[in-house]
Design a protein around this ligand. Sequence first.
Ligand SMILES: [Zn+2]
Length: 404
Amino acid sequence: MIKVNPARLLEDLAALRQIGGQGTGVVREAFTATDLEGRRWLARRFTDAGLRPVWDPVGNLFGLPETEKPAVLIGSHSDSQPEGGWLDGSYGVVCGLEIARAAQEAGLQGIAVVSFADEEGTFEPLLGSRVWSGELALSTLQDRTDRMGRKLADTLASVPELRAAKQVPHQLFKAYIEAHIEQGPVLDDAGEAIGVVETIVGMQHVEVVVVGDQNHAGTTPMDRRHDAVMSFVAFAHAVDEAFCSEAGPATVWTFGRVNVTPNATSIIPGRVDAMLQIRDPDQARLNHLAARAQMIAKGISAKRSVEIRTQVVAELPPAPLDAALAGTLIAAAGRLAPGRWRRMVSGALHDAVPVSRIMPSAMLFVPSIAGKSHCFEEDTRSEDLVQGCAVLSAAIETLLLPGP
Ligand SMILES: [Zn+2]
């Protein structure tokens, strides 16, 4: 039986936290010195655990077992946001490392570990997992630059390990399982220990353009104005009210970028550009809400004699995870954390999204204290970190053992 070692798991998490550590958080943006130091540390830990470290051309770091049969791949990412928490991503990678070691101690082979490159989107969100799964071609991204002005091609060329990079074929693996902190408040509020993710939300980005009539803010009477900001406010409010009554339990929506032109005190604004992001696990509902926003735009355009255009400019379909694998996690959670687990939707994107399109994939969440993440306060109780790893290892054991 695989028995994870709680002290070893927590020690490794603490050691990785030191690399790029700042206050209680970490600063390990993809392909910076701290990110690479963290991943070189992981490569050494893989070797110590009997796994062969292999870097692929986009900088994903795999720890591969010496087995013939397809392995179960466990992992996540170890890069961070410009200011990140110590567990986002790292938890899943270190869980994989610990389970690989514990499995070997139990005489079981067949676990591989991965730290996907640039999950947090320094160059591109989920860069490593999307390139590896074939969703993005690395050749089309060479000129991509990050906010520090680095070019992706130069950045990859500057990592010595990548000179010996090798393609890692998908056929080496039969399944992918990612443990992650929830990054939201649901489990913590409910006092629960485990979330089994059944679907990762899809999203639509709806571009909103409001064209009014730019004019003098002192001399234009109120009844002669076609103020783009006031029309945008009316639109956003109406969208909010309509979505509140038509949303599903997991729908969220955000006006995440609003630009006013010209942005001046004494000019009636002539134009607003904004972006409405909608997330939901159900594609039909996503389509419905985007269409609803368009209807509302038409209504307000007519009423206020302005022009409000909406257009879906980016779209990501929901990613349903593998039901059989989720069932294995559910069975393990029911045994080890009875009454303290639930089925969940993930509102955040993870490496499991692209990977789920090429092999059966599953995800497990542990609670985030007060739902905080992408900040230095991000934290999870030690007993929950250990419990999550134990549930994961119990589920994986059933995958490695020959069936009855
Ligand atoms: Zn993450």
